[in-house]
Design a protein around this ligand. Structure first.
Ligand SMILES: Cc1cc2nc3c(=O)[nH]c(=O)nc-3n(C[C@H](O)[C@H](O)[C@H](O)COP(=O)(O)O)c2cc1C
Length: 382
């Protein structure tokens, strides 16, 4: 199987599984506990069906939306994912460049292996920075200042990761960062010589935004779970989120709020957007899916704040269903990460292009020439 044989997220996932050592594949693919929420995130889209209209003059299409102050060419952008260099030596650079080529926005994780400044200079495209509030508050506020300096277009604060989810696949595979070449993992690394060679020959693994400030960022061996549990501040409240919004002074999203109450609080503190998300099923297992919460949140705050859906999106029709339900846009994580692992930047470009083509084709099949025509009358419920 080659990149050009990959036509959808499932194909890229299969190729990623072949190309990555097991600890890394399972780190991307897995969820928490019994992975019920992970599965539910995608299955939730099946509970509604699309109702197409016909003969609607679809000679000109407009898929563009404005999200977090930026015009993007189609209603999907990249979720933040940490440590991308583990999955391919092109890492975050590949995804950022591919997002720009695809006419959409890139979101850089706090836990990236390329720095805020380097990503800012890489493309002229819109960029969001994802903030985790560390116990070292000075470090967290320094991120905001660095993003201002580097001219990021927006910020999002992830609020669902005060403690790491129970990702049991990582316990079984012994996933640590940077990867450890132990006897038990050696076989898996040996079976993937191309990945191992690139990892060892290219630049040193580090959490580029915290390097030099936190020991774990400097390449010292640690588990992701230990990093989150030791560094992230569990005492943060809505007051802290409000202060971060004020310190930033531009478009700002709360990522990981799932309840109507929290969506209302996000409005109260002056957030520009809420990203309905359960971290791709990696945190609280048994929690509801973003798509399941979308209608209630749109009805409560959709006229006051941008509502963005994050989690489970694998197909163009998922995007159409979310937009018809009232989302401003969707975010994707694994849909581009599998591609990154499968083949670096060219594969991410193909994955985003294929998804964009799906969205456009599905819009035509729905009889809609603009995303503004998608609404709940286009959905059938049980
Ligand atoms: C490997 C991996 C790493 C992630 N790292 C981060 C991160 O650093 N910060 C964050 O806010 N979310 C992170 N997420 C969650 C994504 O931003 C996003 O919420 C999730 O992937 C959406 O679900 P999807 O993969 O089904 O699209 C990560 C997800 C994955 C799969």
């Amino acid at each position: 199987m080659r990149i050009k044989d990959c036509n959808n997220t499932a194909d890229f996932r299969r190729l990623a599984k072949k190309r990555l050592p097991a600890p890394l594949f399972h780190y991307i693919d897995g969820g928490s506990d019994d992975e019920i929420t992970l599965r539910r995130n995608t299955e939730a889209f099946d509970k509604v069906r699309l109702i197409p209209n016909v003969l609607a003059d679809l000679s000109a299409m407009d898929l563009s939306v404005k999200v977090l102050g930026q015009d993007i060419e189609w209603p999907v952008f990249c979720s933040p994912t940490g440590m991308s260099r583990l999955f391919h030596h092109h890492g975050e650079r590949a995804v950022c460049r591919a997002a720009h080529k695809a006419g959409t926005m890139y979101t850089l994780s706090t836990l990236s292996t390329v720095s805020i400044e380097e990503i800012a200079a890489l493309t002229p495209g819109p960029k969001c920075f994802q903030l985790y509030i560390h116990k070292d508050r000075g470090l967290s506020y320094a991120f905001i200042e660095r993003c201002k300096e580097a001219k990021f277009s927006s910020l999002c604060l992830t609020v669902d990761t005060l403690v790491a989810g129970n990702r049991e696949r990582d316990l079984i595979t012994g996933m640590v960062m940077p990867p450890k070449f132990t006897l038990s993992s050696m076989l898996s690394f040996m079976l993937h010589p191309s990945w191992a060679l690139h990892f060892l020959m290219s630049e040193k693994f580090q959490l580029a935004n915290v390097a030099g400030q936190i020991e774990a960022g400097t390449g010292k061996l640690t588990s992701v779970i230990d990093y989150i549990n030791s560094q992230f501040d569990r005492s943060i409240t809505w007051k802290d989120a409000e202060q971060a919004i004020q310190a930033w002074g531009g478009p700002f999203a709360i990522k990981g709020a799932m309840s109507v109450e929290d969506a209302r609080r996000a409005v109260d503190i002056g957030a520009s957007a809420i990203m309905i998300s359960n971290h791709g099923g990696r945190q609280l297992d048994g929690s509801t899916a973003p798509f399941d919460q979308l209608a209630a949140i749109v009805d409560a705050v959709g006229d006051k704040i941008e509502v963005i859906l994050d989690g489970g999106v694998r197909r163009g029709t998922h995007v159409l269903k979310a937009l018809a339900m009232g989302a401003r846009a969707c975010m994707v994580g694994r849909a581009y990460l599998y591609a990154l692992a499968a083949g670096g930047q060219p594969a991410v470009e193909r994955a985003l292009d294929r998804l964009r083509q799906e969205v456009e084709r599905d819009m035509i099949l729905m009889g809609c020439s603009s995303v503004s025509e998608l609404n709940r009358s286009k959905l059938q419920f049980d």
